[in-house]
Design a protein around this ligand. Structure first.
Ligand code: ADP
Ligand code: 5GP
Length: 199
C-alpha cells in the first residue's frame, strides 16, 4: 500500500487557515486533519476535539515528558502540540494528513518527517490581516497586537516552505491547496507499487 502524505499548513493567525481547511474538508473528507493538543482557553464557537483538544499545562507537560508529541511550541504564553500517534497511523494507512502548526512546529516536523510538504498561507496584506483578526472578534485588542507582531516574524520565514498560497479569494486558495495535494499524490515516489501491480 502507498504511504500517506504529510502536509504542513502554517500562516499567521488570521490569514485564513481554518477557513480554507474547513472548505477543503467539505469536498475532500478523505483528507485527515491532525488534532492539536493545546493549553489556550477555548474560544466562543470552538468545540473540544474538533480542531483542538484543550488540556491543562500540567497534562501538557506530562505529554512532553512521555514523548507523546511529534512537536510542540509555546505561542503567546500557551502550549500547542501535535500528537505523534495519529500522524504515524495516517501515513501507514495510506491517508493524506494535514498538520496545522506555527513556523517553529513546521521546522521540527521537517526534521522528523523530511518527506512532509509544507504550505504557507499568506494574507494579501498586513492591513487585511489586521482587519480579519479584528473582524473575527475572538481576541481582545491587546492579543490582536501580539498576534500581529508574531505575524511579522512568521511571514519572514515563508521562504522555508515548499509552497506559498495567497488567501485573497477563498475558492482560489482552496483550489491551490488541493492542487498541491493532488500533484503530490501523482509523484512516482508515492506510486512505486503500481509497477508491480501492472506486471
Ligand atoms: P486562521 O485560522 O489563520 O487564524 P481564520 O480562518 O480564523 O484564520 O480567518 C480569520 C478571519 O478572516 C475569519 O473571520 C474569516 O472569516 C476571515 N477570512 C478568511 N479568509 C478570508 C478571505 N479570503 N477573505 C475575507 N475574509 C476571510
Ligand atoms: P490559534 O490560537 O489562533 O488557534 O493558533 C495559534 C498558532 O498556533 C497558529 O499559528 C497555529 O497554526 C499554531 N498551532 C496550532 N496547532 C499547533 C500545534 O500543534 N503545534 C504548533 N507548533 N503550532 C500550532
Amino acid at each position: 500500500m502507498n504511504k500517506g502524505g504529510v502536509f504542513i499548513v502554517s500562516g499567521p493567525s488570521g490569514s485564513g487557515k481554518d477557513t480554507l481547511l474547513t472548505e477543503l474538508f467539505k469536498n475532500h473528507p478523505e483528507i485527515k486533519f491532525s488534532i492539536s493538543t493545546i493549553t489556550r482557553p477555548m474560544r466562543a464557537g470552538e468545540k473540544e476535539g474538533e480542531k483542538y483538544n484543550f488540556i491543562s499545562r500540567e497534562s501538557f507537560e506530562q505529554m512532553i515528558a512521555e514523548d507523546y508529541l511529534l512537536e510542540y511550541n509555546s505561542y503567546i504564553g500557551n502550549y500547542y502540540g501535535t500528537p505523534k500517534a495519529p500522524v504515524i497511523k495516517a501515513i501507514n494507512e495510506g491517508c493524506d494528513i494535514i498538520i496545522e502548526v506555527d513556523v517553529n512546529g513546521a521546522a521540527s516536523i521537517r526534521e522528523k518527517l523530511p518527506q512532509a510538504v509544507s504550505i504557507f498561507i499568506m494574507p494579501p496584506s498586513l492591513k487585511e490581516l489586521k482587519n480579519r483578526l479584528s473582524g473575527r472578534g475572538t481576541e481582545p485588542e491587546e492579543i490582536i497586537n501580539q498576534r500581529m507582531q508574531s505575524a511579522l516574524s512568521e511571514i519572514k520565514r515563508a521562504t522555508e516552505y515548499d509552497y506559498i498560497v495567497i488567501n485573497d479569494d477563498i475558492a482560489t486558495a482552496v483550489n491551490d491547496i488541493h492542487s498541491i495535494i493532488s500533484s503530490e499524490r501523482l509523484k512516482t515516489e508515492r506510486q512505486k507499487q503500481i509497477i508491480d501491480e501492472v506486471f
